[in-house]
Ligand binder design. Structure first.
Ligand code: MV4
Length: 643
C-alpha cells in the first residue's frame, strides 16, 4: 500500500462498529491502534481488535466517551500521534478539537473553525449564500422581533417552516400552514429550542413538500484540493433517523450530479474545509436543490459511497490528516454500480421503535463477499445495553444496478438470524420489498406514506402467506423428523418417512397457524413440497420472508389448559368433546412439546401435546369423532435415548 505509514499510532475515540471500521483500515496501512473503553465495553470487539486499549471510565458516555480529558490523557500515555473521533460523541466538538491541538495531537477531522462555522444554521446560511450555494428561500437574519419573522413568513407565503438556528434532528422545528397559526407555532418552537439548545434564535423557510434528502460526500486536503465522491440518497428516515441509504440517488442525472457536487465543493471551500465532509441538500420535486446543513465528520452511511467509488474513505482521512494530498483527482473518480445500506437496530417497530436491550444469544449473518459487507461492533453473546446507540450492524450490499443490489439486500435481510432481542429486520425487509421502494419513488415522507404496507397485516396478505407458512411448518417437521431418525436406533425404518408416508389416512393435513395476531386453519396440499421462500424453520415461531413482506408465524397451540396432562404424559380427553384434527402422522417421530391432536370441548380448543420425544403409534380417534371425558386418545412410544 504505502511506503511509510502516515502515522505510527492513532487513538480511536469511539466504540462499536465505527471503531472497528477505523481499526481495519489502520491495520491495512500498518498503523498501530489504541482503543478506549468504558466499563460496559470491557470485552467489546473494538477493544479486542485494537493493539492497545485504555479504560476511560464507567458505562454512561458522559463519564467515558464524552470526557475530553480522559481521551487526551489516553492518547498521551500511549504515544498516539492522532485521534480519530468516529461519528457522534466528540466528532463535532470544537473544545475537543482545541484540546487535541493544545496537546500536539492531530485531530482527524476538519479545522475547528469549520466546525464552528457550521454550528449555527443562520451563520451557515450566511456563509453558503455568499458562496453561491443555493438556499431554501427564507429569513435568517439577526432581528428576531416576532413581527419581523411574521412579516418574512407572510411575504414568502405559506406553508413555512420555523427552524431553530442551533437545532438539529428536527428539534425546535415547526411547520406553519396558515398565517393565523404563526404566533403560536413560533412561541412553541422557541420554547423547545431554548430547552434543547439554550438558544431560541429562529429561521423562517419556505416549507418544501415531499423533498428528498440527497447529500454529497466531499473531501478536501491541506493543499486547497477538493473533490466530491458523488451523492447518497438518505430520504428514507423515521423521526430524523436514517433507515436505508443508497448511492447513487435514484433518478439522478449527470447534469444535476455535477451541479450538486460543485455546489458542495463551493460550500467546503467557503469554510476552508479539510478531510471528509458531507453537504446535505433538500432536492425538491422540480429537481431544484437547496443547502440544508454540512456535517463535519465521516458519516454512518459512508460505506455506500465506498462501494460505488471503490475508495476507502478512512484511508483518505488518515492520509489527508497527515498532510498528504488527496489520493485521487476528480476526473479519476467514477461511479460503479449501486449500493444500499440498511441499519439493523435492536428495537421494536411494533412498539414505536422502543430500543431493545439484552444478549445477542444468536447472531448469524450472511457471508461477506464483494457484494455484501457487514460493519458491526458486536458478536454473538454480546450485550446490547441501555448506554449506547442500539445499532447492531450496518448491512451494505453492492451490485451493477439498483434492482440487482436491492435483490441482494432483501436476500441478505432474510438470511440474518438474531435471537435474544427484538430487531428491526422485518421492518427493513418490508420497506425493501415494497413496490414504492422498488420503483425508487422515495422522499422524506416515505415511511409515513407507506406505513400500511410496511407495518402490514392486511387480510389479503395473510391469505397469501398462510399456505406458504403451512408448507414451511410441514417442511420444518420433516427436518426435525429426519434429525430424530438420524439419531434413532433404526434410521432406515419407514416410520421415519415424515414427508409422504401416511399410516391410515389420505386426508390432507390441517394446520392451525398463527400469523401476526391472527389464527387460522390451513389445509395443506402435501403435493407441494418445500416452501419456495426463506424461512428459519428451526423455530417454533419464525419469520416468513415473502415477496409481499415478512410474516411472523407459528403453529397455533390452541390449548394451554392441558399443561397438567402434558406434564403427566397423560394423553386423555380433558372432557366430553370432538376431535378437531390430528396434527402429526402416526409413526412419525415428534419432539417433546409438539401438538399431536386438537380436541374441541365446550367451544374451546385443547391441544394434546407430546410428553417426550417419540412417536404416536396409534390414534384411537379420527377427526369428527366424539370422545368421552377421560378417554385414552392415542398410544405414544417414547424414544429411547441411545447411549
Ligand atoms: C425542511 C423540510 C422542508 N422544507 N426544510 C428535517 C431535519 C432538518 N435537518 C431539516 N429537515 C427538513 N427541512 C424546508 N424548508 C423538510 C425537512 C424534513 C426532512 C429532511 C431530511 C430528511 C428527513 C426529513 C423528514 C422530515 C422533514
Amino acid at each position: 500500500m504505502s511506503d511509510k505509514p502516515v502515522f505510527k499510532k492513532i487513538l480511536i475515540a469511539n466504540r462499536g462498529e465505527i471503531a472497528c471500521r477505523i481499526i481495519k483500515t489502520a491495520n491495512i496501512m500498518g498503523i498501530a491502534t489504541v482503543a478506549v473503553y468504558s466499563d460496559a465495553d470491557r470485552n467489546a470487539l473494538h477493544v479486542k481488535m485494537a493493539d492497545e486499549a485504555i479504560h476511560i471510565g464507567s458505562s454512561p458516555s458522559n463519564e467515558s466517551y464524552l470526557v475530553i480529558d480522559k481521551i487526551i490523557q489516553a492518547a498521551l500515555t500511549t504515544g498516539a500521534e492522532a485521534i480519530h473521533p468516529g461519528y457522534g460523541f466528540l466528532s463535532e466538538n470544537a473544545e475537543f478539537c482545541n484540546q487535541c491541538k493544545a496537546h500536539n495531537l492531530v485531530f482527524i477531522g476538519p479545522p475547528v473553525e469549520a466546525i464552528l462555522a457550521m454550528g449555527s444554521k443562520s451563520s451557515a446560511k450566511n456563509i453558503m449564500g455568499n458562496a453561491n450555494v443555493p438556499l431554501v428561500p427564507g429569513y435568517h437574519g439577526d432581528d428576531q422581533n416576532p413581527a419581523v419573522l411574521k412579516k418574512a413568513a407572510d411575504d414568502m407565503g405559506y406553508p413555512v417552516l420555523l427552524k431553530a438556528a442551533a437545532g438539529g434532528g428536527g428539534k425546535g422545528m415547526r411547520t406553519v400552514m396558515h398565517a393565523d397559526e404563526f404566533d403560536q407555532a413560533l412561541a412553541a418552537a422557541k420554547r423547545e429550542a431554548l430547552n434543547g439548545f439554550n438558544n431560541d434564535i429562529m429561521l423562517v423557510e419556505k416549507y418544501l413538500l415531499g423533498p428528498r434528502h440527497v447529500e454529497i460526500q466531499v473531501f478536501c486536503d491541506q493543499h486547497n484540493n477538493g473533490v466530491y465522491l458523488f451523492e447518497r440518497d438518505c430520504s428514507v428516515q423515521r423521526r430524523h433517523q436514517k433507515v436505508i441509504e443508497e448511492a447513487p440517488a435514484p433518478g439522478m442525472t449527470e447534469d444535476l450530479r455535477q451541479r450538486m457536487g460543485e455546489a458542495a465543493i463551493r460550500a467546503a471551500k467557503a469554510i476552508h474545509y479539510e478531510g471528509a465532509g458531507t453537504v446535505e441538500f433538500l432536492l425538491d420535486t422540480q429537481g431544484e436543490f437547496f443547502f440544508m446543513e454540512m456535517n463535519t465528520r465521516l458519516q454512518v452511511e459512508h460505506p455506500v459511497t465506498e462501494m460505488i467509488s471503490g475508495q476507502d474513505l478512512v484511508e483518505w482521512q488518515l492520509r489527508v490528516a497527515s498532510g498528504e494530498p488527496l489520493p485521487c483527482p476528480q476526473d479519476q473518480l467514477h461511479i460503479h454500480g449501486h449500493a444500499f445500506e440498511a441499519r439493523i437496530y435492536a428495537e421494536d417497530p411494533d412498539q414505536d421503535f422502543l430500543p431493545a436491550t439484552g444478549t445477542l444469544s444468536q447472531l448469524q449473518t450472511p457471508r461477506e463477499n464483494t457484494h455484501l459487507r457487514i460493519d458491526s461492533g458486536v458478536i454473538q453473546g454480546d450485550q446490547v445495553s441501555v448506554y449506547y446507540d442500539p445499532m447492531i450492524a450496518k448491512l451494505i450490499v453492492w451490485d451493477t444496478d439498483r434492482a440487482a443490489a436491492l435483490k441482494r439486500l432483501t436476500e441478505a435481510l432474510s438470511d440474518y438470524r438474531i435471537k435474544g432481542l427484538t430487531t428491526n429486520i422485518s421492518f427493513l425487509y418490508n420497506i425493501a420489498t415494497s413496490q414504492a421502494f422498488r420503483s425508487g419513488a422515495i422522499d422524506t415522507g416515505f415511511i409515513e406514506q407507506h406505513k400500511d404496507e410496511i407495518f402490514h397485516q392486511r387480510s389479503d396478505d395473510i391469505k397469501y402467506a398462510a399456505p406458504i407458512a403451512a408448507q414451511a411448518i410441514l417442511h420444518a417437521r420433516q427436518q426435525r423428523a429426519k434429525a430424530l431418525a438420524a439419531g434413532s436406533s433404526e434410521p432406515n425404518s419407514p416410520w421415519h418417512l415424515a414427508n409422504s408416508w401416511q399410516a391410515n389416512s389420505s386426508a390432507k393435513p390441517i394446520l392451525h397457524i398463527k400469523i401476526g395476531t391472527q389464527e387460522l386453519k390451513v389445509e395443506v396440499d402435501s403435493a407441494e413440497s418445500n416452501p419456495a421462500v426463506k424461512v428459519a424453520a428451526d423455530e417454533e415461531s419464525f419469520n416468513l420472508f415473502t415477496d409481499r413482506g415478512v410474516f411472523h408465524c407459528s403453529e397455533a397451540k390452541p390449548d394451554l389448559g392441558l399443561q397438567d396432562n402434558y406434564a403427566d404424559g397423560n394423553l386423555t380427553a380433558p372432557m366430553n368433546g370432538t376431535v378437531v384434527t390430528l396434527l402429526v402422522e402416526s409413526g412419525t417421530p415428534v419432539s417433546k412439546g409438539e401438538t399431536l391432536m386438537v380436541i374441541e370441548a365446550m367451544k374451546m380448543e385443547h391441544a394434546i401435546i407430546a410428553p417426550a420425544n417419540g412417536t404416536v403409534t396409534e390414534f384411537f380417534y379420527q377427526p369428527g369423532e366424539l370422545v368421552d371425558d377421560g378417554a385414552e386418545l392415542l398410544a405414544f412410544a417414547e424414544l429411547e435415548e441411545t447411549v
